[in-house]
Write a protein that binds this ligand. Structure first.
Ligand code: NAP
Length: 446
């Protein structure tokens, strides 16, 4: 692995990279099947990713014809890293066991450990016999939509595929490692003006926000739309704010501290709600909904932008969903991709049907959407939202911070990259885009 790292760092050509032997083992952050009951009986917040995530050598799986080995220079923490490591809402060995029943090669995924991680930037080391569009030496980022493209249901919109999975969450051989195994149709060009870690943090969250707001499969935001964004400096929210601003919309960002509110204003989001200061109580003591508080949120939004939101970017779930469905404009759309605070959601259907509102479920992004979202990063029109960088050995700590909402934006992880700031191939574009845009979140976490 050291030879691979050195070759990449010294700018070795494609032929040299192609000639490098693939090591029999590699360093990967993983969870273990034997541990899935280790947090039984504990509340969610007591389950500690630092105890369940191990970093160590794992065997290198063989390569399928449509796959590539990627030398991972950097990766990132996603909320799914938290879910995997606390074994909630399900442990992720079940999906891999089901995947293992699909074909001979798919059996590789069904192991007693799972290398986790759904983002990566790096260099293609070796391609399978069926790979045509990528070659050793290509600098790439990886999106996490894992589909079987021989299945008819994977065509049209591959997120609709019957066996669609999230790489590094519902599959093995993920990105929080020195090497990863991915399908060729997960690869995208690495944005040349970004370092390895800046390039690694985007694909999952950026593509998710793109589909939710911009794609025809999502809320189809148009110029002038008011968009309420929960967790507006979090992983997906911070990209959502950028999409609304780029698309001529009016973001209303909700955050939980004055520091986060400052970041939003610096991003150009003028309408900001500090939910902690506002202290909304959407639930009464007995667990029933408090419609008065939904109305108070609605009034706060009107006070800021003069109207109700056309779109609500929803993901906290149980704690906010009733309010989101209430405040969205007559005929407006709530688009949701998650339920961090609880999956069983309630809302008042009277407000929903009488005001002809829409609810759109959204999940990651198809290859085309991920490619478009990556293209916008590559052009410097959407920026990474990385606040801190950790080493691979500290993945557990980084996941702990995301679990406890101690972070802003995204947390980058250095894998083969020995230090930050490497891998920038287009300093001119970088200068044009501006360090203040690329590093806006850096001052927050450090
Ligand atoms: P994140 O970085 O932790 O950001 C989420 C933000 O939501 C937090 O920063 C917090 O912001 C806010 N929040 C948390 N709990 C809240 C609550 N009870 N009420 C209101 N706001 C709350 O996570 P992320 O990466 O943005 O992901 C958010 C969710 O989306 C996760 O559940 C994740 O699994 C899911 N997700 C789904 C997909 C998909 O494809 N389906 C893709 C990406 C993420 P403040 O404290 O500042 O308000």
């Amino acid at each position: 692995m050291e030879d691979i790292r050195n070759a990449i760092l010294s700018g070795a050509d494609a032929a040299t990279i192609a000639a490098l032997p693939i090591p029999a083992t590699y360093r990967g952050a993983h969870v273990r099947l034997a541990d899935v009951e280790m947090f039984a009986g504990l509340d969610s917040h007591e389950k500690d990713p630092r105890k369940s995530i191990h970093v160590g050598e794992v065997p290198t799986p063989e390569l399928a014809p449509d796959e590539v080995y990627v030398a991972v220079m950097a990766s990132s923490i996603n909320f799914n890293t938290v879910w995997t490591s606390i074994f909630e809402p399900i442990h992720t060995f079940g999906p891999m066991q089901r995947l293992g029943r699909e074909s001979e090669l798919a059996k590789r995924h069904d192991r007693d450990y799972q290398v986790i991680g759904s983002d990566a930037s790096g260099v293609v080391l070796k391609v399978g016999a069926a790979v045509r569009t990528w070659k050793p030496g290509d600098k790439v980022t990886v999106h996490c939509n894992h589909v079987d493209d021989q299945d008819q249901s994977a065509h049209n919109d591959s997120m609709m595929a019957s066996n669609q999975r999230i790489w590094g969450y519902e599959t093995n051989f993920g990105g929080l490692a020195d090497m990863a195994v991915v399908k060729a149709n997960q690869l995208m060009p690495k944005p040349a003006h970004l370092s390895w870690e800046e390039a690694a943090v985007n694909a999952l969250c950026n593509s998710t926000s793109y589909r939710m707001l911009v794609s025809q499969n999502g809320a189809r935001m148009k110029q002038g739309d008011v968009v309420l964004i929960w967790g507006a400096t979090g992983g997906i929210g911070a990209y959502a704010v950028q999409y609304v601003l780029n698309g001529g919309g009016i973001p209303v960002g909700v955050v939980s501290s004055s520091d986060k509110a400052d970041i939003l204003r610096e991003m150009g989001c003028e309408a900001v709600i500090d939910r902690k200061a506002a202290n909304y109580k959407f639930f009464n003591e007995d667990g029933s909904h408090n419609e008065k508080e939904w109305r108070r949120l609605g009034s706060d939004i009107r006070a800021l932008v003069g109207e109700d939101p056309d779109i609500v970017f929803e993901h906290p779930g149980r704690s906010t969903f009733g309010a989101s469905m209430y405040v969205v404009k007559r005929g407006g759309t709530v688009v949701t991709c998650a339920a961090t605070s609880g999956f069983m959601l309630e809302f008042d259907n009277r407000h929903f049907w009488m005001r002809l509102k829409k609810l759109v479920g959204s999940h990651f992004a198809n290859y085309r959407e991920a490619w478009e979202a990556n293209r916008l990063i590559g052009k410097g029109m959407i920026h990474p939202v990385m606040s801190q960088v950790f080493s691979l050995e500290d993945v557990g700590e980084a996941a702990y911070q995301v679990h406890h909402n101690m972070h802003e934006g995204k947390l980058g992880i250095l894998c083969l990259a020995p230090e930050e700031g490497l891998g920038i191939d287009d300093p001119e574009l970088r200068a044009k885009v501006g360090e203040e845009n690329i590093n806006r979140f850096r001052r927050a976490g450090v």
